[in-house]
Design a protein around this ligand. Sequence first.
Ligand SMILES: Nc1ncnc2c1ncn2[C@@H]1O[C@H](COP(=O)(O)OP(=O)(O)OP(=O)(O)O)[C@@H](O)[C@H]1O
Ligand code: SF4
Ligand SMILES: [Mg+2]
Length: 459
Amino acid sequence: MAGSGSVHLRERDSVLRVEHLTVEFPVGTSGAKVHAVSDVSFDIMKGETLGVVGESGCGKSTTGKAIMRVPPPTKGSVLLEGQDLEGLSANELREVRGRLQMIFQDPISSLNPRRTIRDIVAEPLTVQWLEGFPRSPVSTAWRRLTSAMTAGARHPIAGRLARVGLLIFFIGFLLFVASTALADPDDFGRRDGGGGASLGEWIMTAGGVVLLPLIVVGAVGAVLWAVLVLLMPLASLPRTLKIRSQQKAFDAETETRVAAALEEVGIPADLSMPKMPHEFSGGQAQRISIARALILEPEVIICDEPVSALDVSVQAQVLNLLEDLKAKYGISLMFIAHDLAVVKNISDRVVVMYLGKTCEVAAPDALYAAPRHPYTQVLMSAIPVPDPLIDPRSARVISGELPSPITPPSGCRFRTRCPRATELCTRAEPVMTLAAGSPGESDAHYVACHHPLTEEDWS
Ligand SMILES: Nc1ncnc2c1ncn2[C@@H]1O[C@H](COP(=O)(O)OP(=O)(O)OP(=O)(O)O)[C@@H](O)[C@H]1O
Ligand code: SF4
Ligand SMILES: [Mg+2]
């Protein structure tokens, strides 16, 4: 299933087009990487819901976050209505984020516990409004310097230099102390401790030389930072006065828009706006998250397991709400879940993922009636059937643990758990190919497997 390729991308204009998305996280300073998402491609049309399923750890959330650029992908492109998000300035990205919103899995923890519901739902509006007032050059310089210093401090080379320098310095210090302690008492007080201490001093100096570039850069940065901080209140004064003069009108408009967004998701605005997140149930909190996502009238909402923390009846209410909003506003949804049953009901198209790769792309009915990928078949058989005559133990169970994304298997990433695996699967990565239907049409069914399932396997 470890499939690559983008043959399943449609030619028509898509609202969101993700091509060859790759996200890798470094593992400490060892040089190893977590291959969280590897060469994933998909697209979403206007008003369409794309379901993304796969077991825990397969890279669903990382894919959603990489689209939002938190963090940006290691490789690949994300196009929102044809606009490539790579290379946008911070301001342009903020504008784009208004059109692209995300709802998270845990409704309560995704709402700031120290802010009222009014402030939480208004936050995207407030951020966008404030960004409309240009910052003073001093404050822009301060922000750039702060992020450059943070990036520099996190850079692996800076970390390595600091460790090596400190180690050398520490060894020199120990030698210096030891030789001083062993020195002839008559020599006490001499800087070389009576002989051997000069070696310690030399080594300490060498450590200092390794640390010197870091110390110089840090000191210069700190001085610049202090100067900018002192200048900032003065330089920001015109902007602050402008914001103050328009604050009242903005607050009044925000109040109306927050109330409308809350009412839209079935939360009584008057009662709820002054309350804090902990005063709401999980289902209500998720509705509030949806209101916050809706307030900037986005074109695409990435829903990262928005109902998995809710009980079944509340799940249905939230799913119906998302469906209604989608129909009313023509929003496109990327709906992430590990539960194929939930995805089936809400999606127009489904992407199945395994260990950072795409396995299969199809309309949900086709995927259910005729899965082509061995992994999809296992996922489907795990859906509970409400029939007392069916023994739940008869479900196909996937064997073995999910392999480590740090050292994923060669060829097909599913091969270590696949009953159909052959030598070819070890050697060559399968590429996404058309298995049924017509390319670009809603019946198109794509699979990345060397030995896909056939009719005999579904019976
Ligand atoms: N910031 C990070 N640093 C290192 N590894 C990470 C980071 N974020 C995610 N990962 C790893 O990337 C892989 C994919 O994680 P991700 O959260 O995307 O999975 P998921 O499919 O959303 O799982 P779940 O269904 O449990 O939410 C996992 O192996 C995870 O440990
Ligand atoms: S048959 Fe081979 S290519 Fe297909 S899923 Fe199994 S291991 Fe992967
Ligand atoms: Mg997740």
